[in-house]
Design a protein around this ligand. Structure first.
Ligand SMILES: Cc1ncc(COP(=O)(O)O)c(C=O)c1O
Length: 452
C-alpha cells in the first residue's frame, strides 16, 4: 500500500523495529531449531495471491507472528551449524541504514556513499588479511559467487596468455584448461566449475593427508594451462593446504592459484596467522563476511591480485553508463546491487584489528575447550581442532546419528553432520561472537547426557 505521508512510513518502520527488537530480546529463550508447532504455523503463508492488497500492518504482523517463531536461532550463542556466526549488532544496524538509503550501489554515480564506504572496506580487508594491497575486492553475495567470479577471471587470463581472446572467440575451440582441486574441495567450488562449463573430466583431484590437507608430494604436474584451487579452512577439519609448498611452484609453472578461504582466511587476522603462511602468494581468494566475521547474510568478498583481470572479466560498462574501474558493478555479478560492503566496513571499524583477532582467537579457544569436554565425555574428536571446527563421533555410526538427531530436536543447541573417512561425524562450528564457555559447557553436558 502506498503511503500518503512519511509519518505512516515511519510508523511502519517503528513497528518493524519494535518487532525486531522483541525477536532480539528473545534470543537465548527460544528453541535453537523451531518446535513442530512453530513449523506448523508456517502453513499460514500458504495464502492465495491477494487480488486486493492486504495492507502493510497485517503483512508485517503475519511475517512476525507466524514467521519469527519458525526462525532458526542462528543469531544465538548455541547454534553450531554450517560455520556461520550470529550477526554483530553494528553490522546489522549498518544494514538497516543501507536499506533506508535504498541506493543501487553500482558505483559512484548511483551511490557516492556506497562507493566511498566500500572502497575503505576493501582497503581494510586487504590490510587485515595481509593480502597484496594492489588487489581488487568485489563485495559479493557468497563465497559461491565469489568463487565463480574468481575462476572466470582465472580462465579469461590464462586463455589470454595463450593468445585466445575469450570475449571475442568464446569457449568453442579455446585451448583446453585443466583444474586441480583438493579431494575435499567444497561442493560450491564444484558448482562454480560446472556453471562455468568445466566438466569433471577437466578436474584432476589432488589427494589429501589425514588432516584433509593436500599432500604436496602427490600434487599433479602444473603448467600454464592449470587453475589450482586450494583451501584455507577445510570445511570439516578447519585445516589449511600447504600454501608455501604449492603456490610458488604453481605460479612459477604459470598456473593460476585460487584459494577458497570462506571462513579460514580470517585466521590470518589473528594469532593463528601462521596457519596461513604463504597464502598471500596466490592469484585470487574468496572469503565470507557472513560466516566468521559475523556480518548479516549475503556478504562475501572476491579478491583478485591483478585488479584488471577481475574488472575485465566482470565489466558491465555501457554507453549510457561508464564507471571507474573500481566500481563494484565491474567487480561483481550484479549491475544493480545493495552496498553490501557496508556491514563489512561497520564490523571492521567497530571491532578494529584487536576485536577481529579476539573474535577469531576466542571462538578457536572455545572449540578447543569444547573438544576437551567431548573427549572427557567419551567421544572421539577426530580432528586436531586447529581452528573453530570440531568433528566428533560416538562409539558407533548409529550412535553418532542418534545422538545428533536427539541434540537437534532438543532445541537446546543445533549442529549438523558430515562424513569423515567413511563415518558420520558431528560437525560443530564455533563461529558466533555470542558463544561463551558456558555455552560450550552446556553443549558438552547435553551430549554427555545423550550417551547411553
Ligand atoms: C570452505 C567453504 N567454501 C565455500 C563455502 C560456501 O560459502 P557460501 O555459503 O558463502 O557460498 C563454505 C560454506 O560452508 C565453506 O565452508
Amino acid at each position: 500500500m502506498l503511503h500518503d505521508n512519511i509519518e505512516q512510513e515511519i510508523a511502519l518502520l517503528t513497528e518493524a523495529d519494535r518487532r525486531a527488537r522483541a525477536y532480539t530480546a528473545g534470543i537465548g529463550h527460544r528453541p535453537v531449531f523451531p518446535s513442530s508447532d512453530s513449523l506448523e504455523g508456517l502453513s499460514q503463508f500458504e495464502e492465495e495471491l491477494p487480488a486486493r492488497g492486504l495492507g502493510d500492518a497485517s503483512t508485517l504482523a503475519l511475517l512476525d507472528d507466524a514467521g519469527s517463531p519458525a526462525a532458526v536461532e542462528s543469531n544465538g550463542s548455541r547454534y553450531f551449524g554450517f560455520v556461520v556466526g550470529a550477526t554483530l549488532p553494528v553490522a546489522a544496524a549498518a544494514d538497516r541504514l543501507v536499506l533506508a538509503w535504498d541506493n543501487g550501489a553500482l558505483g559512484q554515480v548511483t551511490s557516492p556513499v556506497g562507493a566511498a564506504v566500500e572502497k575503505t572496506a576493501a582497503r581494510w580487508l586487504l590490510e587485515i588479511l595481509d593480502l597484496p594491497r594492489e588487489s581488487a575486492v568485489g563485495f559479493v553475495t557468497s563465497a559461491t559467487s565469489g568463487t565463480l567470479i574468481a575462476l572466470a577471471s582465472a580462465r579469461r587470463t590464462l586463455l589470454a596468455r595463450h593468445g585466445w581472446d575469450l570475449d571475442r572467440r568464446g569457449l568453442r575451440a579455446a585451448p583446453p584448461l585443466r583444474i586441480v582441486t583438493s579431494a575435499l574441495v567444497h561442493v560450491v567450488v564444484k558448482k562454480a566449475l560446472r556453471v562455468l562449463g568445466f566438466g569433471t573430466d577437466d578436474v584432476i583431484v589432488a589427494p589429501v593427508d589425514e588432516h584433509g590437507r593436500i599432500d604436496p608430494a602427490q600434487m599433479p604436474e602444473l603448467d600454464e594451462r592449470t587453475i589450482v584451487i586450494l583451501q584455507a579452512g577445510e570445511v570439516n577439519t578447519g585445516e589449511f593446504d600447504p600454501f608455501s609448498s604449492i603456490i610458488p611452484a604453481a605460479r612459477a609453472a604459470g598456473a593460476w592459484v585460487h584459494v577458497d578461504g570462506a571462513f579460514g582466511l580470517w585466521a590470518r587476522a589473528s594469532a593463528h596467522a601462521a596457519l596461513t603462511v604463504g597464502v598471500d602468494a596466490a592469484d585470487s581468494w574468496t572469503v565470507d563476511g557472513h560466516k566468521w566475521l559475523n556480518t548479516p547474510y549475503d556478504s562475501a568478498m572476491v579478491i583478485v591480485r591483478d585488479a584488471s583481470a577481475l574488472t575485465a572479466t566482470m565489466t558491465s560498462d555501457a554507453t549510457y553508463t561508464q564507471a571507474d574501474d573500481d566500481a563494484q558493478r565491474n567487480r561483481t555479478m550484479e549491475f544493480s546491487r545493495r552496498a553490501r560492503g557496508v556491514p563489512v566496513w561497520a564490523a571492521l571499524r567497530a571491532l578494529g584489528r584487536d576485536g577481529v583477532a579476539d573474535l577469531i582467537e576466542r571462538t578457536t579457544a572455545l572449540a578447543s575447550h569444547g573438544a576437551a569436554g567431548l573427549r572427557a565425555a567419551g567421544y572421539t574428536v577426530v580432528n586436531r581442532v586447529v581452528l573453530n571446527q570440531i568433528i566428533a563421533k560416538a562409539a558407533t555410526p548409529q550412535e553418532t546419528l542418534r545422538i545428533t538427531a536427539a541434540a537437534q530436536s532438543s532445541g537446546a543447541v543445533w549442529f549438523g553432520t558430515s562424513r569423515w573417512q567413511g563415518d558420520p561425524v558431528m560437525r560443530i562450528s564455533v563461529s558466533s561472537w555470542r558463544t561463551t564457555t558456558e555455552d560450550m559447557d552446556a553443549l558438552v553436558a547435553l551430549l554427555s547426557s545423550l550417551r547411553t
